[in-house]
Design a protein around this ligand. Structure first.
Ligand code: ZN
Length: 156
């Protein structure tokens, strides 16, 4: 990967740009009319609110994903990256990937880095513990949506 040729500071800049890009121009933003699964997530600490929509096909593959809501740059970028990442995955793989992302931000499994791909960009928030909940909010909503337990996920 080209990114490995950059030093740490350059890498951080690239990640910051990726986060800002997704925060300014969220992908898959808006209501998904054919959604089969959805969940709300709120992070009272920061004021982040989002509603995640998934369209799961009959074969169990996530065919579409979108989100609505408002929040800080980190929460919006994380939700945007999420929708980009889970389309095409099976429900099971999406939950596994979500657990990996949440684990990397909260528990930091040593072998996670190779598999995170561009979600590596979120790792910078670990320097700001209060922002970790902003970054994990959408991923917690993802698990809730897939499990269809229709509960609002709150970080508090
Ligand atoms: Zn936030």
């Amino acid at each position: 990967m080209a990114a490995q040729q950059h030093n740490d500071a350059e890498l951080k800049d690239l990640y910051r740009e990726l986060i800002l890009d997704h925060a300014r121009s969220p992908r898959h933003f808006g209501k998904l009319n054919n959604a089969t699964h959805s969940a709300d997530g709120i992070n009272p600490l920061c004021g982040d609110k989002l509603h995640l929509y998934l369209q799961v096909g009959t074969n169990g593959t996530i065919e579409a994903a979108s989100f609505e809501g408002s929040g800080c740059a980190i929460s919006v970028a994380s939700a945007s990256l999420l929708t980009d990442s889970v389309i095409g995955l099976s429900r099971k793989d999406a939950v596994t990937f979500g657990d990996l992302v949440i684990g990397s931000l909260t528990g930091s499994p040593a072998d996670a880095e190779q598999e995170l791909g561009k979600l590596e960009a979120l790792q910078g928030v670990k320097e700001f513990p209060s922002r970790v909940k902003c970054a994990t909010l959408a991923w917690r909503a993802l698990t809730s949506a897939i499990n269809s337990n229709h509960q609002t996920v709150s970080t508090e």
